[in-house]
Ligand binder design. Structure first.
Ligand code: ATP
Length: 265
């Protein structure tokens, strides 16, 4: 990966998608973020966050609307071209995976390989760089299947970075991670200079990490903007069906929240 990466602007225009007619899980979603922005998508279980991500990296074709990368419609790009712009870290972990950590990270280079050419020095360098960025160099020859959940998660982030994307899309990247590794991975993502789009369940972490927040409920965006504009007790209470208590904001910091069950839940 390049440390001088600039990211790319990303926009969604009136996106709707569902697995079948009459069942839209993403409804009329529009937003735009500039290159280098960090967008956290928040919402209750089942709000449609993963479905929206799937539209953004073209795992599915939207029923309506479009996704633009630096103004180019994603639908006009081949899967290989999409993979040169966007890399993805998903929640699912491959279980019985007969590969070493280095093999897994090298897989990130496949979209960069030309034709039947073997690995180039640049591929090995990108792989080494990504391993070292995630403090995984000493794990390089370990079997991926022998790692803990948190270690596997870091390997999958390293693979995504080795792909050298402009946009990094992550589904709950802090799952499986202890608090130190949660903070470290978010700090690392923040330092990359790439455009990052991630779902997160920890609202306070999201408020500190993100430049933009998208709050979802029932497939729709019910809030989008800077964390201190979007994250307020009323909106969070509505989105999550809880009572959110704002614990105040320090100067130049987003507000922090605690939560309790709503009286009628
Ligand atoms: N192929 C499908 N057919 C029917 N329903 C689906 C399908 N895929 C997802 N859903 C439902 O759509 C809703 C949104 O799912 P999605 O995974 O996008 O939510 P999410 O916000 O990412 O949830 P979580 O926080 O639990 O990961 C859920 O209720 C889910 O069960």
């Amino acid at each position: 990966m390049s440390c001088n990466a600039k990211g790319a602007a990303l926009a969604a225009e009136w996106l709707s998608w569902g697995p079948r007619a009459g069942l839209d899980l993403v409804r009329d979603v529009s937003f735009a973020i500039p290159a280098g922005a960090r967008l956290a998508i928040l919402g209750a279980n089942g709000a449609g966050k993963t479905s929206l991500l799937r539209c953004l990296y073209r795992a599915v074709q939207p029923r309506a609307g479009r996704v633009l990368i630096d103004g180019t419609d994603l639908a006009a790009l081949s899967p290989r071209e999409v993979a040169r712009h966007i890399s993805v870290v998903l929640q699912e972990m491959p279980a019985d995976f007969p590969f070493t950590v280095r093999d897994v990270v090298m897989m990130g280079r496949i979209p960069r390989r030309s034709g039947l050419a073997g690995w180039q020095e640049s591929d090995r360098q990108a792989c080494d760089h990504a391993l070292s960025h995630l403090e995984l160099t000493s794990f390089a020859d370990r079997a991926f299947s022998s790692l803990s959940g948190g270690e596997k998660q870091r390997v999958l982030v390293a693979r995504a970075l080795a792909q050298d994307p402009e946009i990094l899309i992550l589904d709950e990247p802090t799952n499986h991670l202890d608090i130190r590794h949660q903070l470290e991975i978010l700090a690392l993502l923040e330092g990359l200079g790439l455009t990052v789009v991630t779902t997160l369940h920890d609202i306070n972490l999201a408020g500190r990490f993100a430049t933009h927040v998208a709050l979802m409920a029932q497939g729709r965006l019910i809030g989008f903007g800077a964390p201190d504009e979007v994250l307020d007790a009323g909106a969070l209470s509505a989105a999550f069906g809880v009572t959110a208590h704002c614990q105040g904001a320090r100067e130049m910091e987003p507000p922090r929240f605690s939560f309790s069950l709503a009286a009628n839940s």
